[in-house]
Design a protein around this ligand. Structure first.
Ligand code: AMP
Length: 284
């Protein structure tokens, strides 16, 4: 695997394969790679001829400078993991390569970006995500780009921006990879202390409780959400949000009517902000 730093090198490296008709898969990451990332890289490996992993801790999507400062970084380990999972190219640009002096353009996706993560982290969060993903897609021009369902709102934002801006790429979404006890893998999990690690299970338990409520026949979204909140309080964790929404539009769901419903939850455990989600079939 080759590590490259500039857009020019990336384009040069992909020119030959593209002309030879080889398909290109892109897996954008912020590094601190774990099984969640690696599952996406392996999936790209299985369906594309050339796999590019990007490693860029995008400053513009962080609303909290402490979170940005504390974000785990280990390019050496990431390179070894990405190579072992089947990547040919690791694109790890410096911030100045991505945002040169005078950078002035922002891609925002109205509507979907506003609730939940947008409300908690500020509207700039998804503007940062949308802009950097748009740039990475233009830099590598992949045939397929891979994202994780763990960041469900990010997936919805990216699908919409690709459609609205006619970007010629297929978006594939990989399932959320979890620890054996159900905690969703996240680069931030390494910052959880022993007791926080136990309490972090509150998010998964809330999703389980919401699912159980629907299975038991509950159709009022508020009551389903209340069941989830109650499960979290057992772990002494207060959600920032726990919401039932339509998976594509992120519009709130009031009553379940058989359509798939996304249950999304976010909470701070100690200093660490965690998110998780689950799709319910909505009852019938
Ligand atoms: P990040 O490095 O956190 O920006 O994540 C890079 C990609 O990996 C995103 O598409 C995430 O949705 C995805 N990802 C992060 N955690 C997981 C997980 N536990 N399971 C599956 N995909 C994940």
């Amino acid at each position: 695997m080759k590590t490259i730093r500039t857009v020019a090198e990336l384009r040069a490296a992909l020119n030959g394969p593209r002309r030879a008709g080889r398909s290109i898969g892109l897996v954008p990451t912020m590094g601190a790679l774990h099984e969640g990332h690696l599952s996406l890289i392996r999936r790209a490996r299985a369906s594309c001829d050339v796999v590019v992993v990007t490693l860029f801790v995008n400053p513009t999507q962080f609303d909290d400078s402490r979170d940005l400062g504390a974000y785990p970084r280990d390019e050496h380990a990431d390179a070894a993991l990405a190579a072992a999972a089947g990547a040919e190219l690791l694109f790890a640009p410096a911030p100045e390569e991505v945002y040169p002096a005078g950078f002035a353009t922002t891609v925002t996706v109205a509507g979907i970006s506003a609730p939940l993560e947008g409300e908690q982290r500020g509207i700039e969060h998804f503007a940062g995500v949308g802009t950097v993903v748009c740039k990475l897609l233009n830099m590598a021009q992949p045939d397929v780009a891979f994202f994780g369902q763990k960041d469900a709102q990010q997936v919805a934002v990216i699908r919409r921006l690709v459609r609205d801006l006619d970007i010629p790429v297929a978006i594939e979404v990989g399932e959320t990879i979890r620890e054996p006890d159900g905690l969703a893998l996240s680069s931030r999990n390494v910052r959880l202390s022993g007791d926080e690690r136990r309490r972090a299970l509150a998010l998964r338990r809330a999703l389980d409780a919401a699912r159980a409520a629907v299975s038991a026949g509950e159709r009022e979204a508020a009551a389903v959400a209340a069941a989830g909140r109650a499960a979290m309080s057992d772990y002494d964790v207060e959600p920032e949000y726990l919401a039932l929404i339509a998976p594509d539009t992120f519009a709130p769901v009031v009553k379940l009517n058989g359509e798939p419903v996304l249950v999304a939850v976010a909470a701070r455990v100690g200093d660490v902000r965690l998110i998780d989600n689950d799709i319910l079939d909505g009852g019938s």
